[in-house]
Ligand binder design. Sequence first.
Ligand code: PRT
Length: 109
Amino acid sequence: MARDATVLDELYGVIASRKGTDPDKSYTAKLFSRGRGKIAQKFGEEAVEAVVAALSEGKDELVGESADTLYHLLVLWADCGIDPAKVWAELDRRVGTSGIDEKKSRAKK
Ligand SMILES: N=c1c2ncn([C@@H]3O[C@H](COP(=O)(O)OP(=O)(O)OP(=O)(O)O)[C@@H](O)[C@H]3O)c2ncn1[C@@H]1O[C@H](COP(=O)(O)O)[C@@H](O)[C@H]1O
């Protein structure tokens, strides 16, 4: 059965609605206007900041950096035309398959 991720789905809707709007009025619109390379770069930077928070800062910092990372990932999906439902479906498909077993099956191919 398909599950959802309501907060992320709602945020994705807001992000998608910013396409083509005024970059001076919306940070998301500004990101779209700067192009996929910039969006991908920002996602990478936020992910690294989450790593730093996990390794040398506190839980509150990790929560904040995680939210930044997820927001920028959703902007990247929107720019690439990825519907979050596709990602949720892929996660659902993997439920019950151990990562260790999956890696072994890849090694045989
Ligand atoms: N969740 C977020 C969110 N998380 C982080 N950010 C912004 O991401 C930016 C990251 O700051 P940085 O200094 O790293 O980036 P930068 O200013 O682009 O600097 P450069 O590296 O590009 O020079 C900040 O401006 C944050 O406010 C977000 N901006 C928006 N959202 C959500 O998106 C919705 C729509 O936002 P707007 O498009 O701005 O209306 C908001 O209501 C929120 O729900």
